[in-house]
Design a protein around this ligand. Structure first.
Ligand code: FAD
Ligand code: NA
Length: 383
């Protein structure tokens, strides 16, 4: 094997590991990915008819308060001053999210100040009279009161999970933030923005190093290709960022995931919805959100008579679907514990990233986790 380290998965975890190991430790890294492109779920491509950059696996907004991560990502790209905001169309009316004083006053046709709004929500949230919520539905009511919960959360959650919230565990939602100001900035991190030249330019720059080789359309579990599990485990250290259950042939059972389906459309209008993300929380609309990509880059010279939108639908993932969000039921947690024992017994293989650890990670979290893996585990192997 003509390499010092194999990285399975060219997502942000794998790319960060590869870049740091090559640059800081002079290690020859071979990165493989099943997909025909680098970047994992952060990958984007230009829609050819319009030139508009489309995030292929759902809208990706970069944000972080981690100084080290911010300094690191700025080596590869500059970020625009984009600030994310989300709106929600409920029964033919548009409200600002996250639920804030503007949402509350619009919804209740009121002009409450922060204290009065707080008191109103507190009163509405007291419906259970101190009883512990038995399911997600009761939890929602307990957190923000029935009117706002039913309008903005209940049916949206039912669509995300294809399940009546009365059948879902209360633990899925631990908090529903309500802001008693008119601030509807979606993220509250120190740094936020979108890569000036797009995600793909950023991600490709991470892999652009003489000691890094990338092999695409290459599945780690395909024994006919030279960098398969059979060929490399035990021969050379491996960083594995694919699904942990798949690595062990699902021996402890399958972990459950939600997946998303996207329907992309080019429209002959300059602007479809006036904003980048519109939620659809009502039960009679089958999709959960519509993304309109031109609004992520108001600074770009995009056509003024065409636009690209993407409707997002959510459902449980089957084995051949892209796994997106861990479902994390009690059974999943038991299985994950069993897989963690197997992981500890797999010498020379380092499991990382969203799929390899079965947890939702934002981009900045995946990068931070990869930087620590390099500091604490991979770096020392080669020094
Ligand atoms: P991935 O990006 O999933 O990379 C794993 C890679 O491993 C994939 O490319 C996959 O093809 C490859 N792989 C798997 N199995 C094999 C195999 N057998 N052989 C070879 N290769 C394999 N984060 C944010 O910060 N902001 C956002 O707005 C945001 N929005 C998101 C929206 C969606 C729908 C999703 C799913 C995620 C979003 N994220 C967002 C999270 C972001 O995508 C993750 O932080 C990032 O994907 C984590 O990178 P990763 O390397 O762990 O995983
Ligand atoms: Na997102």
């Amino acid at each position: 094997m003509m390499t010092d380290l194999v990285v399975v998965g060219a997502g942000l975890f794998g790319l960060t590991v590869a870049e740091r190991m090559a640059r800081l430790h002079g290690v020859e890294v071979l990165v493989i990915d099943r997909r025909p492109h680098v970047g994992g779920n952060a990958y984007s491509a230009v829609e050819p008819e319009t030139g508009i950059e489309v995030h292929q696996y759902g809208a990706h907004l970069f944000h972080t308060s981690n100084e080290r991560v911010w300094e690191y990502v700025n080596r590869f790209t500059q970020f625009t001053s984009y600030v994310h905001r989300v709106y929600s169309t409920h029964r033919g009316e548009v409200y600002p999210l996250p639920i804030n004083l503007g949402t509350i006053n619009q919804f209740f046709r009121s002009a409450l100040g922060p204290e009065a709004a707080r008191a109103l929500i507190r009163e509405q949230a007291a419906e259970l009279g101190g009883r512990t919520p038995r399911n997600l539905d009761e939890q929602g009511v307990n957190l923000i009161g029935r009117p706002l919960y039913e309008a903005f959360v209940r049916d949206y959650t039912a669509k995300q999970w294809q399940t009546d919230p009365r059948e879902l565990p209360a633990s899925i939602i631990s908090r529903l933030p309500v802001r008693y100001t008119y601030d509807n900035r979606y993220f509250s991190d120190t740094y936020e923005g979108l890569p000036v030249d797009g995600y793909t330019a950023w991600l490709e720059r991470m892999a652009d190093h003489p000691k890094i080789t990338v092999r695409l359309a290459t599945d780690f579990f395909d024994p006919s290709q030279p960098v398969s599990k059979q060929a490399v485990v035990g021969q050379v250290p491996v960083v594995y960022t694919g699904p942990v259950d798949r690595y062990f042939d699902h021996s402890e059972g399958e972990l459950s995931w939600r997946t998303l389906d996207f329907e992309q459309e080019v429209l002959d209008v300059g602007d479809f919805q006036g904003t980048s993300v519109m939620n659809y929380p009502d039960a009679d609309v089958p999709y959960t959100r519509i993304h309109e990509f031109r609004h992520f880059h108001p600074e770009r010279d995009y056509p003024d008579d065409r636009t690209v939108i993407m409707r997002e639908f959510s459902r449980f993932a089957g084995r051949t679907d892209e796994p997106y969000y861990p479902v994390n039921t009690a059974t999943d947690r038991e299985r994950l514990a069993a897989y963690r024992r197997l992981v500890d017994e797999e010498p020379g293989v380092f499991f990382g990233g969203r799929l390899g650890t079965y947890q939702y990670l934002d981009m900045h979290m995946a990068i931070a986790a990869a930087l620590s893996t390099v500091d604490n585990r991979l770096g020392p192997l080669f020094s």
